[in-house]
Design a protein around this ligand. Structure first.
Ligand SMILES: Cc1cc2nc3c(=O)[nH]c(=O)nc-3n(C[C@H](O)[C@H](O)[C@H](O)COP(=O)(O)OP(=O)(O)OC[C@H]3O[C@@H](n4cnc5c(N)ncnc54)[C@H](O)[C@@H]3O)c2cc1C
Length: 385
């Protein structure tokens, strides 16, 4: 068992695993401490849409084989509302930039296998209970009891509910938190996708979304009152609400199947600034939580993991810590642009209580349908980081 290594990583999600793989490829010692079992980590369904920058990073570092083999290109999305439906060919508008649809659990499975092949170690079933950013120390608890591991550097990749972000003193900078006042029932249906494109349906009952995941499984979202109980949403109730909001009478029936997962996702944003302290660097959701309305979270995690890996390699191989010192300054502007677009999407998609905001939302949708400059704005931000 390693109890000292060069870079200690808390969390084996996309952020920790991309970082670990890049460091192992550069011959740097790493240890990942992960709360979940390997089985749990590899079956947790969340993201599915990878932007072109994420796909390029994965391919550039030899991590894209599964995605290239099984992922599907996606370059058109559709909006449905009271005035009908229109499609936006964002790939054509954005000079060919597309999403790759590849379920996060498949990506995590690939990244774990590759990381272990590269000689990395993961301690599954070990919960980080505290970190010291000055000495790059992780304290953890697993079946055997309490343990301590130390490193030269520490990467906090333990998501938005992890413990590493608490080691950045709040009075050092700013903590931004925003509850967008909207909740989604996120469901996975064991059914093929019903439409070729991602479809956003805007309805007075609330938003509904349709997103491809794999040939057998489709993700749907339904806007629900904050605090709603997911178990109150039976399969029948979910399909009935989707029928109404997706206006299936007008646009065609959905391909139904059993609902295999239902959970409430509260649309929230959190940004830690700075995202570093002493020897600790935060990556992915640990640094900034973003609502899934624009599918940016995993993409930010992958981008930041590459930036941090490059900075750590520079520090460890070339004795140059300037890129590490600039880590927050490099990443945070991109985080905020993603947050801004994600908020823009929330305003576009959701039912407001008052008529004035409803009318504004409708006007924005008309503009997106008719105005080329608005479409270009959408295309660039939708696929970009
Ligand atoms: C319904 C839904 C749909 C989404 N769709 C998209 C999408 O299409 N595109 C997109 O880009 N993003 C999407 N996202 C966001 C994306 O899933 C996250 O941003 C992404 O998982 C962040 O990766 P991460 O590695 O930073 O964190 P995580 O994936 O949360 O990984 C953190 C890891 O740390 C571990 N951990 C936590 N606490 C501890 C601890 N104390 N000790 C040890 N280990 C710990 C966890 O078990 C986990 O394995 C979606 C999110 C949701 C909820």
């Amino acid at each position: 068992m390693v109890d000292h290594t060069t870079v200690l990583i808390a969390g084996a999600g996309p952020a920790g695993l991309v970082l670990g793989n890049l460091l192992r490829a550069a011959g740097i010692g790493t240890l990942i401490v992960e709360r979940a079992s390997r089985e749990q980590a590899q079956t947790r369904a969340r993201a599915g849409f990878l932007g072109p920058n994420s796909a390029r990073i994965l391919v550039r570092h030899g991590l894209g084989a599964g995605m290239l083999h099984k992922g599907r290109s996606h370059g058109v999305c559709a909006f449905r509302g009271e005035d009908g439906e229109f499609e936006l060919d964002y790939a054509a508008l954005g000079q060919g930039e597309v999403h790759t649809v590849y379920p996060q659990q498949d990506l995590v499975t690939d990244l774990i296998a590759e990381y272990l092949d590269r000689g990395g170690e993961i301690r599954f079933g070990a919960t980080v209970t505290g970190v010291d950013s000055g000495t790059a120390t992780i304290r953890y608890r697993d079946e055997q009891g309490e343990g301590v591991v130390t490193g030269q550097f520490l990467a906090g990749c333990d998501g938005s509910n992890g413990v590493t972000r608490q080691a950045v003193p709040a009075d050092l900078g700013s903590r931004y938190t925003q509850d967008h006042g909207v909740s989604w029932l996120a469901v996975l249906a064991e059914a093929p996708q019903s439409m070729a494109a991602v479809t956003y349906a805007i309805h007075d009952d609330g938003f509904a979304g349709h997103m491809a995941r794999s040939p057998e499984v489709t993700r749907y979202y339904l806007q629900v009152p904050p605090g709603d109980d997911p178990e109150a949403w039976t399969d029948e109730r979910i399909w009935a609400a989707l029928d109404t909001r997706m206006r299936t009478d007008e646009f065609g029936q959905l391909k139904q199947g059993p609902i295999i997962e239902r959970r409430i996702v509260r649309l929230r944003s959190e940004v830690v600034d700075p995202i570093q302290h002493n020897r600790l660097f935060l990556v992915g959701d640990a640094a900034s939580l973003i609502s899934p309305s624009a599918a940016k979270g995993a993409n930010l995690a992958i981008m930041e993991a590459e930036v941090l890996a490059s900075a750590l390699i520079s520090a460890l191989h070339r004795d140059d810590e300037r890129p590490l010192a600039a880590y927050s300054r490099t990443c945070l502007p991109r985080v905020w642009r993603a947050q801004e677009f994600s908020r823009w999407m929330i305003d576009l998609l959701h039912t407001q209580d008052d008529d004035f905001h409803r009318a504004l939302r409708r006007a924005r949708l008309h503009s997106l349908r008719d105005c080329r400059a608005h479409q270009n704005f959408f295309a660039e931000h939708y696929v970009g980081i």
